[in-house]
Design a protein around this ligand. Structure first.
Ligand SMILES: NC(=O)c1ccc[n+]([C@@H]2O[C@H](COP(=O)([O-])OP(=O)(O)OC[C@H]3O[C@@H](n4cnc5c(N)ncnc54)[C@H](O)[C@@H]3O)[C@@H](O)[C@H]2O)c1
Length: 264
């Protein structure tokens, strides 16, 4: 995969999956713009990529605010003149609380980042791609976009919504040469899973990690670089007629119904 001459824009670029994807794009020749509302994390990604010789800019922005989204789109255009590959990825986990007790403000916050943030990204990046007559978008959903997850009402609802947005947006822009797909990771080795493990069992988060790992036939979580590999594929010409769909990256868990691999 060669992204020489292409510009990749990544939201949530300060996080585990965003950083691995920024590096993946940069090492394959793309110019990269990373967006995050956490300045320290976003700058850390820019440093990691620049140290490996990548061409990268960090833009501080909040994906939930329309003006802020317009700012990051403008910053990308000012820096590099176009947006070829958009990884619409910022997200938060919220808290693990039963639906009947879930805090309304936190519900709104999770939906604002994970669903409205993805919509606003599409709303302001697609017109740029339409003008160019080309472009690819990958939205970050989750296996939580396909199945339930106890205690995670707004997270699961938002990720189901991301798959809905992916289907609608892809058919809106497909005739005009733009593709929109999603990735659905299961548990990935990032800060987000550390937070969820600690919430599920504050006394033994490592036990939660072991129990989750056992539900995956591969016996382990996905690495951020392995999600990045699928994002790069969906952003590249190798997936030329793939649009409006998603790829699951979960160590075989959903295919096995969450059963561990049989012993040999
Ligand atoms: N880690 C997993 O197991 C997993 C599984 C499936 C899907 N996902 C999804 O992958 C995406 C990336 O998650 P991650 O695992 O890298 O977690 P992470 O917490 O390491 O990264 C998320 C990044 O998004 C940023 N962010 C949050 N709110 C923002 C806002 N309003 N504006 C701009 N940036 C904001 C955070 O600062 C952070 O850098 C999320 O959408 C998440 O829901 C993660």
């Amino acid at each position: 995969m060669d992204f020489t001459g292409k510009v990749a824009l990544i939201t949530g670029g300060g996080g585990g999956i965003g950083r691995a994807t920024a590096l993946g794009f940069a090492l394959r020749g793309a110019k990269v713009v990373v967006v995050d509302h956490d300045e320290a994390q976003g700058k850390a990604t820019a440093d990691v990529v620049a140290q490996r010789g990548g061409d990268i800019k960090f833009v501080r922005a909040d994906v939930t605010k329309s003006a802020s989204v317009q700012d990051y789109v403008k910053a990308a255009l000012d820096a590099y003149g176009r947006i070829d590959c958009f990884f619409n990825n910022a997200g938060i986990e919220g808290k693990v609380v039963p639906t009947q007790d879930y805090d309304e403000d936190l519900f709104d916050q999770v939906i604002a980042v994970n669903l409205k943030g993805v919509f606003l990204g599409l709303r302001h990046v697609l017109p740029v791609m339409l003008k160019q007559g080309s472009g690819t978008v990958v939205n970050t959903a989750s296996v939580a976009g396909l199945f339930g997850g106890p205690g995670m009402a707004p997270y699961v609802a938002s990720k189901h919504g991301v798959l809905g947005l992916t289907k609608v947006a892809s058919s809106d822009v497909a005739p005009l040469g733009i593709r929109v797909n999603a990735v659905c990771p299961g548990p990935v080795e990032t800060r987000m899973m550390r937070s969820l493990e600690a919430q599920r069992n504050p006394g033994d988060p490592e036990g939660v990690h072991r129990a989750y790992s056992a539900t995956m036939p591969t016996g382990r979580y996905t690495l951020p670089e392995e999600v990045a590999g699928v994002v790069l594929y969906l952003s590249s010409d190798l997936s030329g007629n793939v649009t409006g769909t998603h790829i699951v990256i979960d160590g075989g868990r959903s295919g096995s119904g969450g059963q561990p691999a049989a012993r040999r």
